[in-house]
Design a protein around this ligand. Structure first.
Ligand SMILES: Cc1cc2nc3c(=O)[nH]c(=O)nc-3n(C[C@H](O)[C@H](O)[C@H](O)COP(=O)(O)OP(=O)(O)OC[C@H]3O[C@@H](n4cnc5c(N)ncnc54)[C@H](O)[C@@H]3O)c2cc1C
Length: 511
């Protein structure tokens, strides 16, 4: 049985794990070391929490969940603001909470069950003395870096850059909005998290970074200080959305998301928790969720297993599958936002179908059930009257003829024989989920040099390979200017209709 646990990092993961350990077994001595003086010095603004996360928190610790729910801002819808029009996505009933508030609640809840919290001093895993050391020291975890070889760390920086700002008012509805200035494109993700606060997260791609001179502005600012010149530029770009007011800052600097994957989450008596162990792109809004759910599993394991090694193994066994699942969804979401520039001119309804289905979590049919009118308007681009009933959309999409230069097909789903009878195609076998990396650039260049014949993207039938080639098909379609099809496993009518409706493929080939 574990008697003494020391936790490095008083973020959501560390504080919640501390609280749960003491709740489950008050005999365990738990100390949290937080290097800052507490929530007033934390980074960031509001974070979103979904209802499914809240249900998990309610099951683990109803009292804290109730406090979090009470302190959260609820019930906003989400607007996707396209270049010329806007679509409102209903059903976005997520909660959002200020990060400082979240930490206050979790800190008080931990202290209330006897957790000792030491603030203002950084801790080092090698010098804390406990049977189990939980390193919940965040995305830049010094513990993970110190034992990088033992953990088997793989880190990949994202393509876009972002700044995490706030605004001193609650936006009426969460929204995504892009502001174009010449070659520059600034993309804002905004949502309210209190009656007088909103998160404003702004992303830029490399083209914008260069064309707006953000690199030079950033280079002039010492580490740890806010880049006020960039913020002023963003305030001008989003003056309408900000009602002419300022962006709130908090050591606000441009960063790149780092995708972290580790071979192991523990070594000896040290275990990693939350962002220290894994990251998932912020556009899925799931980092805090994963951190809190990690804490639930680790507290269960440390109080339920007979030894620390058995507990660490049980924790990792429980948490790896959902974390891997979220990482994959988040990776596709990241790729969607990284390539937003190519979709920016689309009408908002079409953008919405693409956005809602970007991670592969929702199909066209799922989205159509929630918002049939919006989907119907988006589908009109495929030609002909769209059926009234959403359950008929899939069949209707697949029945639309293809009439593209060099390719005429009676419908969107054909056999390989039917395709070969209709046209000569260039085939690309593709399995890499990185469809914006240099290997994908090379494939695109190669194919663009082969004339205007249609392209068919093929590969194995496992889920990840299918997702990778659907994403690659979308890229080829957006940047190739010729019809692109994708081979899907037999019977995949719903994914096929989704791929066509979302503009990821012109046609689908089944075996
Ligand atoms: C722009 C952006 C938007 C986001 N939006 C969302 C969202 O909407 N929903 C969501 O669920 N998640 C969101 N996230 C992710 C979320 O912020 C993180 O996943 C979450 O904070 C992870 O919690 P954590 O406790 O693991 O790490 P952190 O919150 O980073 O906490 C780590 C703590 O450890 C402390 N620390 C570090 N080193 C030491 C040391 N040596 N000694 C003592 N203390 C130390 C730090 O000061 C910090 O308090 C977002 C992230 C970003 C960057």
């Amino acid at each position: 049985m574990t008697r003494r646990v020391e936790i490095i990092g008083g973020g959501p993961a560390g504080l919640y794990a501390a609280r749960l350990l003491r709740l489950k077994d008050p005999r365990i001595d738990v100390v949290v070391h937080e290097r800052t003086e507490g929530s007033a010095q934390t980074f960031g603004f509001g974070v979103g929490l979904t209802e499914s996360t809240m249900r998990n928190l309610e099951a683990a610790d109803p009292e804290t969940a109730e406090l979090l729910r009470h302190a959260s801002y609820a019930g906003h819808s989400l607007e996707l603001r396209g270049r010329a029009d806007t679509v409102t996505l209903h059903g976005a009933r997520n909660l959002a909470i200020g990060r400082a508030k979240l930490l206050d609640i979790l800190g008080e809840a931990a202290a209330a069950v006897g957790v000792r919290i030491r603030t203002g001093v950084p801790a080092d895993a090698a010098s804390v003395d406990a049977e189990a050391v939980i390193a919940a020291d965040g995305v830049r975890s010094a513990t993970r870096e110190k034992y990088a070889a033992e953990f088997g760390v793989r880190a990949k920086p994202g393509r876009s850059r972002f700044v995490w700002c706030g605004a001193a008012f609650a936006v009426d509805s969460a929204f995504f909005s892009a502001a174009a200035r010449g070659d520059s494109l600034f993309v804002a993700h905004a949502y309210p998290y209190a009656t007088d606060r909103s998160t404003f997260l702004i992303e830029v791609d490399d083209t914008t970074w260069r064309s707006s001179g953000l690199g030079e502005l950033d280079a002039r600012v010492p580490p740890g200080e806010t880049d006020h010149a960039s913020v002023a530029l963003l305030e001008r770009a989003f003056a309408a959305e900000l009602h002419g007011g300022p962006l709130l800052t908090n050591r606000t600097r441009w960063s790149r998301f780092t995708d972290l994957t580790l071979d192991r989450w523990s070594t000896g008596n040290i275990v990693l928790l939350g962002d220290a162990a894994h990251t998932a792109h912020y556009t899925l809004g799931s980092g805090t969720k994963l951190a809190l759910e990690d804490a639930i599993a680790l507290a269960d394991a440390l109080t339920g297993e007979s030894s620390v090694p058995a507990a660490f193994a049980a924790y990792e066994r429980t948490r790896r599958p959902p974390v891997e699942r979220f990482k994959k969804l988040a990776h596709r979401s990241q790729a969607w936002w990284d390539s937003y520039r190519l979709r920016a001119p689309w009408p908002a309804e079409q953008l919405a179908v693409s956005y809602m289905t970007r991670s592969g979590n929702l199909t066209l049919a799922d989205f159509a059930t929630e918002q049939p009118e919006s989907v119907r308007r988006a589908l009109a681009r495929l030609g002909g009257p769209v059926p009234e009933r959403p359950e008929e959309f899939d069949a209707w999409v697949l029945s639309r003829p293809v009439r593209e230069p060099g390719l005429t097909l009676p419908g969107r789903m054909v056999s390989r024989q039917e395709l070969d009878a209709a046209a000569t195609v260039q085939e690309l076998s593709w399995t890499d989920p990185e469809v914006w990396d240099t290997a994908a650039d090379a494939a695109l260049t190669r194919l663009n040099g082969t004339g205007g014949t249609p392209i068919l993207v093929t590969g194995p039938s496992d889920r990840d390979a299918v997702a990778a080639r659907v994403d690659m098909a979308e890229r080829l379609r957006m940047q190739g200017g010729r019809p692109v099809g994708v081979a899907l496993p037999e019977g995949e009518r719903s994914p096929a209709a989704t791929a066509v409706a979302a503009g990821r493929a012109d046609f689908v080939v089944h075996p």
